[in-house]
Design a protein around this ligand. Sequence first.
Ligand SMILES: Cc1cc2nc3c(=O)[nH]c(=O)nc-3n(C[C@H](O)[C@H](O)[C@H](O)COP(=O)(O)OP(=O)(O)OC[C@H]3O[C@@H](n4cnc5c(N)ncnc54)[C@H](O)[C@@H]3O)c2cc1C
Length: 376
Amino acid sequence: MTPLSIAVCGGGVGGMAVAIALRAQGHHVTIFEQAPQFGRVGADVNLTPNAVHALDRLGVGEKLRETAARPTHRISRAWDTGEETSRLPMSTDAESRYGAPQLTIHRADLLAALEAKLPEGVIRFGARVAGITQDADKAQVRFADGQERDFDLVIGADGIHSAVRTALFGPDDPKFTGLVSWRAVFPRERAGDIPDLDAFTKWWGPTADRQIVTFPLTHGKEIFVFATNAQEGWIEEGWTLPGDIEELRAAYADFHPEARALLDACDSVTRSALHVREPMEHWSVGRVTLLGDAAHPMVPFMAQGACMAIEDAIMLARAVEGCSSAGLPAALQAYERARIPRTAEIQRSSLANEWLKTKGNADWVYGYHAWSAELA
Ligand SMILES: Cc1cc2nc3c(=O)[nH]c(=O)nc-3n(C[C@H](O)[C@H](O)[C@H](O)COP(=O)(O)OP(=O)(O)OC[C@H]3O[C@@H](n4cnc5c(N)ncnc54)[C@H](O)[C@@H]3O)c2cc1C
């Protein structure tokens, strides 16, 4: 097999995962990341067993476990009475049922674990992709500084505002959902006697726009809190902005005391707008394709954004395995045929925000194995 020259546009979770998988097949892979370096931006990532299973085989599992927490259960509770409406055992039960546990980790620690698998020079920082063109034999990546380079395969892993997606399918701004998300992390000792801090717990509000989710980070030494509420319009720029903790507490003043105690333990909070797009019919044109948020941004109510990017990465690498440059367009069609039904279902189900509110089926999400799932 002749190694392919591959550009991965975007060095987020999906971009680095696909680069590791493709390098393991012997290809020449370069990641172009617009940021000058990775910072500790963003708080949490919840990796459910489907994603941990994929990452373990990619060889990053050990590094993840150096800092990740391992939630004991996935619990649903009612916002007012505190009644438990569902409780799934995770940890060792998930490991024996799905082949991997759930892990919850700082986003920066997940990126560091992936970066550690890539030799120096694979990631080019400060390289912003501005456009893509292609002919029968090669795809050309154009950078913001005016330079251009040719590749056999180009992967758009450049997130919700993907420049690669725009180049392939035209401009199409993501839609503001009318929901703002709040995120905070606090040291566990501040939590007092709040129960089940080692579990993933979702407090379901009276309407779908209000909920509080909490889970452990950093081997349980820190506790993460996520909440949402409705807001008319979003005009601010940026993924994560400082929020007002008193405003958040006031929005949840009618919740159960144990839910309010979580917000009382936070001393600062960030605020972000939640945007979505409709599921797409295609992700690929010729020898260029998309993965992760570039292809299927979703609201975080099933906590599957990063997990789907990781599954995409493994499936894409499997689809192009052993492929010649000429065979890439067909391989990319097989990849998107295998992935679009699953990611579209998770996009829609996340938006509906009912999954596991009471007893429900987690197997179709957690039991997916990207290393062996069928490729058309
Ligand atoms: C800064 C940040 C913080 C986040 N924090 C959280 C969080 O706390 N909790 C959570 O659940 N989810 C968070 N997310 C979202 C979550 O990480 C994604 O849903 C998931 O990781 C999808 O992965 P992805 O690789 O498809 O996209 P992303 O993780 O969004 O990665 C896309 C990458 O592409 C880069 N990029 C974008 N445009 C270009 C371009 N034109 N040229 C080159 N590079 C480009 C970006 O800088 C980024 O590194 C965050 C995302 C970002 C970008």
